[in-house]
Design a protein. Sequence first.
Length: 229
Amino acid sequence: MVVRSAGPSAAQYPAGKKLPANTKVVLKASDRVTVLDKAGTRVLSGPGTFTLDGAVKRDQTQSTQIASLLSTSGGASRTRTGAVRGAPSAAKPSAPRSPNLWFIDASQSGKFCVAEPNRLLFWRASVADDVNLKLANASGAKADLLWKKGSGNRVWPFAEVPVVSGSSYTLTGPDGAARKIDLVVLPSVPAEVDELAGTLIENGCENQLGLLVETMAAVEQEVSPAGDR
């Protein structure tokens, strides 16, 4: 599955395009295509011809980390920081990412794909202070989201603000800045990671797509810090 594409051949390899096993991808200078399958992510930079074999080479630790990211049970709790494949060890890590694909990052706006509407959780990166956010829907229903110091997750206030697929919500912080969240409840969640990426692309859930791609790339970084896949 192509998840990102830029350069002269971007129209030939748009995001969401499915590529059969052992496909040969021919790229021109300045092309950069990111593909994802159950083996992980791979960034193809042109010019050149690349063969996608899709062979899975992953140890138990990697498999556990990816399973935690994709779990729909809401049980993931460990925060991971970002990493860039091939970067020097002294490079400054990126900001923390949500440890679970189905947690709503309270710092982001945009469409959000929901796997389990009865288990929906918010997540925040910094847990150093108490914070109170206000959630509201277009019908005027409202609820306070109070995070205590040290707490990273907060359950969606189902009783006060119902979860409705296709509805828009605003999340307002103490500074008055409001973020718009559009929920898309998925009828089912694909078992294969490449098919899941396609579902996120089809529904416009770009933040979750980015989290999926970046986390899988970071997991691979742990075993091959200087090599391309």
